[in-house]
Design a protein around this ligand. Structure first.
Ligand code: PEP
Ligand code: MN
Length: 459
C-alpha cells in the first residue's frame, strides 16, 4: 500500500512527533477552556503527578494481545460507557469486577483459552457528543462531555469546562486502580474462591444453575490438577486486570505521556490500552497523530462508514512496523449491517498481510431511542451482532479474538430483552446511565455463554 514516497513522508513525520504534536492537527470533540492560564496550571499539575500504570505492564499486555491475535487467548474488554466521579465507590467497583470475573470463568471453561481482562475503567471519564451545545427552553449551554470536563446539571457553572477536573480525573482513576490492585493482590480473583464474586442481589436468576455447574466443574478440574501436581497451582490464584479508556481529551493524555528509563520511545502512562473512538478516527486528525507516537497497544473503533482503503491507511499510520499486539480493530457495525459492512474490511486487512486483533463491540451500532427519548439497546440485536461476527470472521478466514461490552454489576434495566425479557416498560425501573445503556449482570453472563456456544460450534 505505502509507496516509496509515502514511506519517506511517514519517516519524516515520525521524526517530528512529540506528545503535543497533535495540537497542530484538526481536533474535534475537545472542550473549549475559557482561561488558558487555568488550563496551563492544571496541565503542569498533571505533569508532576505519578503515572497510573507502568511501561512494563503496558508491554506485558501488548504480548498478551499479540497472543489473542494468534488465537491463543480471548480478550474481554468491558465496563461502563462512562465512569462518574461519584461512582468511585467500593461496591460499584467490586461489583463490576465480579461480573467480569464470572464472565471470564464462563469463557475460560468453554473456550479452554486464557482470558485477557481489560476494564473500561480508571479513566473512562470523557464522552464524544453529537453536538457542542444543548438547548433547553431557549437556553444554549455547552454539552455535558463527561466528568473529566464538566457536570451534567443544566446551568452555566456546571457546564463550564473546568481544567481542575482533569486533575481530579487522575485522582479518581488512581483511587480506582488502587482498589482494583488491592483486591486482586488480596486473592479476590482466586479461582479457588469463585464465591467471592457472588453478587448479593442475584437471586433465582435463570442462569445461575448453568453458572454453578461450570463453577463446580472448574473446581473439580482444579483439585484434580493440584492433586497431580502435589501442591496448589499458584497461577490460578492471580489473574490480572488491565485498564483502558477512550483517549478522547488529549490535554489529559499529553502530560501523562512520558519517557521511562531503559526503554526507547514514549508511553501513555494514564492507561494500559487507550482506544480511538469512531468519531475521532480521522486519518489526518489530532487523535491519530497522538496515538501514532505512543508505544502502548492501541485500539480503534470502526463503524460501517469506514472504507477498506481508509482502514489500511489508518493501520499503516498506527502500526507501520506491523508489531504483534500493537493494533486492535474493534468493529461496531450494528446487527443489521455487520454482514455487509465487515467482510470487505476483513478481506482487505487480510490481503495486506496484517494480523491485528479483531474485537467485536456489539453495543454501539445497536443503540436506539424508544418512547419519551430513552436510549436503549435490544439484547437480541447485541446477541445477533456478536453471533454474526463469529460467522463473518469464519467465512473470511480471520479470527474474532475479543469482545468489547458496556456493562455494570448493578441491577439496572437499561437494555431490553435477555433472560428476564425486560420490556420497554421496565426501562424506567432502574435506568441509571447518564450516557449509553449497559448490560446488567444476567445479560452479561448470557452473552458470555453465547460466545462459548458459538466457539464450540453448537447453535
Ligand atoms: C463508546 O465506546 O462509548 C463509544 C462512544 O463508542 P464509539 O466510538 O464506537 O461510538
Ligand atoms: Mn458508549
Amino acid at each position: 500500500m505505502v509507496s516509496i514516497d509515502g514511506n519517506i513522508v511517514s519517516l519524516r513525520e515520525a521524526a517530528s512527533w512529540a506528545p503535543g504534536s497533535w495540537q497542530q492537527r484538526p481536533h474535534t470533540q475537545q472542550p473549549v477552556y475559557a482561561d488558558a492560564n487555568e488550563l496551563e496550571h492544571a496541565l503542569l499539575q498533571l505533569n508532576q503527578l505519578p503515572p497510573l500504570v507502568t511501561s512494563w505492564e503496558i508491554l506485558a499486555l501488548k504480548g498478551l494481545l499479540a497472543e489473542a491475535a494468534e488465537g491463543k487467548r480471548f480478550l474481554l474488554q468491558a465496563g461502563d460507557c462512562a465512569e462518574r466521579f461519584d461512582d468511585c465507590s467500593s461496591p460499584l467497583i467490586s461489583n463490576r469486577l465480579k461480573v467480569m470475573l464470572q464472565m471470564s470463568l464462563v469463557l475460560v471453561h468453554g473456550l479452554k483459552l486464557p482470558i485477557v481482562r481489560v476494564g473500561r475503567f480508571a479513566g473512562q471519564y470523557a464522552k464524544p457528543r453529537s453536538t457542542d451545545t444543548e438547548t433547553r427552553d431557549g437556553i444554549d449551554l455547552p454539552s455535558y462531555r463527561g466528568d473529566l470536563i464538566n457536570a451534567p446539571a443544566f446551568n452555566a457553572e456546571a457546564r463550564r469546562a473546568d481544567p481542575q477536573r482533569l486533575v481530579r480525573g487522575h485522582a479518581y482513576s488512581a483511587m480506582t486502580m488502587n482498589f482494583v490492585r488491592a483486591l486482586i493482590d488480596g486473592g479476590f480473583a482466586d479461582l479457588h474462591h469463585p464465591e467471592y464474586w457472588d453478587l448479593g442481589w442475584v437471586e433465582h436468576s435463570p442462569l445461575q444453575e448453568e453458572y454453578r455447574a461450570m463453577v463446580e466443574s472448574i473446581g473439580n478440574s482444579l483439585r484434580f490438577m493440584e492433586t497431580l501436581a502435589g501442591n496448589s497451582i499458584g497461577s490460578f490464584q492471580r489473574v490480572d486486570f488491565y485498564t483502558s479508556h477512550e483517549a478522547l481529551v488529549l490535554h489529559y493524555e499529553q502530560p501523562l505521556t512520558r519517557q521511562v528509563p531503559r526503554q526507547p520511545g514514549w508511553f501513555n502512562l494514564s492507561t494500559h490500552f487507550p482506544w480511538i473512538g469512531m468519531r475521532t478516527a480521522a486519518l489526518d486528525g489530532a487523535h491519530v497523530e497522538y496515538f501514532r507516537g505512543i508505544r502502548n497497544p492501541v485500539a480503534i473503533k470502526i463503524g460501517p462508514s469506514v472504507t477498506p482503503d481508509q482502514l489500511l491507511r489508518l493501520a499503516d499510520v498506527l502500526d507501520p512496523d506491523r508489531e504483534p499486539g500493537r493494533l486492535t480493530l474493534i468493529h461496531r457495525m450494528g446487527a443489521a449491517k455487520i454482514e455487509s459492512a465487515l467482510p470487505p474490511l476483513l478481506d482487505a486487512v487480510k490481503a495486506a498481510g496484517r494480523q491485528p486483533l479483531w474485537c467485536c463491540d456489539p453495543m454501539h451500532g445497536n443503540t436506539e431511542t424508544v418512547g419519551n427519548g430513552v436510549k436503549t439497546r435490544r439484547f437480541e440485536n447485541i446477541r445477533g451482532e456478536l453471533d454474526r461476527a463469529f460467522d463473518v470472521h469464519r467465512a473470511a478466514g480471520t479470527r474474532l479474538g475479543g469482545v468489547h461490552l458496556e456493562l455494570t454489576g448493578e441491577n439496572v434495566t437499561e437494555c431490553m430483552g435477555g433472560a428476564r425479557d425486560l420490556l420497554e416498560t421496565d426501562l424506567g425501573r432502574a435506568y441509571k446511565s447518564q450516557v449509553d445503556p449497559r448490560l446488567n449482570y444476567e445479560q452479561s453472563l448470557e452473552l458470555a455463554m453465547l460466545i462459548v456456544r458459538k466457539r464450540a460450534g453448537t447453535p
